[in-house]
Design a protein around this ligand. Structure first.
Ligand SMILES: *[C@@H]1O[C@H](CO)[C@@H](O)[C@H](O)[C@H]1NC(C)=O
Ligand SMILES: *[C@@H]1O[C@H](CO)[C@@H](O)[C@H](O)[C@H]1NC(C)=O
Length: 244
């Protein structure tokens, strides 16, 4: 008789330990999923031609995606031929575990002339002005500090780069996204059939766009050379395949 409540107790203990085990494994399962998810941030810059700016950032390790567009003005729905008072911009999506905002700022300063008013080289006009578009106080602080050290470095040459909060960002037309990659048909065809949205979202296209423009550092270029080569059209390989 006395065994019945004991068995009941045992069943209950087993039940609760299974329940706890299930909860623990479930909660750790959730944690694993969260760790695997990439938490990215975006940064926006204007530094002359957005074709070139997109290629510059595409090669940088830790940059996940890039997108060109218009910002900094008041015109609603600007486009390439009717940009209004906006500047050509690059939106950089990056993994903050791999690259810092400070490092993105260094890339910004190193890849254009921040003393040229309303233009970059042969590209003249306010749409090519130099701007850091900030999102939040932390970015304002870092952007201002980097502006100060750039000015210190340039001495008498006045830095004309503006720092302003990001308002609307208007994505540019499809033909301007990954422009450098589009100019190299043998590289572009590696991606196969691809929609414009897929092209903007593609990390591979982001890297190849910088690669196509010859903007990658020697080590990144070498890595991409080996990855890309097997996919490039190769007549001698094709002839080998036909002859065997
Ligand atoms: C396209 O890119 C490939 C790989 O970098 C290069 O070998 C080739 O010269 C490029 N073609 C053009 C037209 O730029
Ligand atoms: C093209 O294919 C040939 C034969 O397979 C190979 O020897 C050569 O290295 C390839 N060229 C490139 C640029 O990959």
């Amino acid at each position: 008789m006395g065994s019945k409540p004991a068995r009941g107790m045992m069943v209950r203990i087993i039940f609760y330990s299974l329940l706890i085990a299930a909860m623990v494994s479930q909660s750790s399962g959730i944690r694993v999923v969260q760790e695997k998810e990439q938490v990215t941030k975006t940064a926006v810059f204007a530094m002359g031609s957005f074709w070139r700016a997109e290629a510059v950032y595409g090669c940088i390790t830790g940059v996940v995606r890039t997108r060109v567009g218009y910002s900094g003005g008041s015109k609603l729905n600007p486009d390439y031929h009717s940009i209004g008072d906006h500047a050509e911009c690059i939106e950089v999506e990056y993994d903050p575990k791999l690259i810092s905002y400070e490092r993105l700022l260094n890339v910004f300063w190193a890849n254009h002339d921040p003393t040229q008013i309303f233009g970059q080289g042969p590209d003249v006009g306010p749409q090519y002005r130099s701007v850091i578009f900030t999102q939040g106080e932390e970015e304002v602080k870092l952007a201002t500090a980097s502006w100060d050290s750039e000015q210190l470095k340039l001495g008498k040459n006045e830095v004309v780069t503006e720092i302003q909060p990001l308002q609307a960002f208007y994505s540019a037309e499809a033909e301007h996204q990954k422009f450098e990659l589009r100019q190299n048909s043998s590289l572009f065809q590696i991606l196969g059939e691809i929609t414009n949205d897929e092209l903007i979202a593609s990390t591979i296209a982001t890297k190849l766009n910088g690669y196509a423009a010859g903007m990658c550092t020697p080590s990144v270029k070498k890595l991409l050379d080996t990855k890309v080569r097997p996919f490039l059209f190769n007549r001698s390989r094709l002839e080998e395949m036909f002859s065997s």
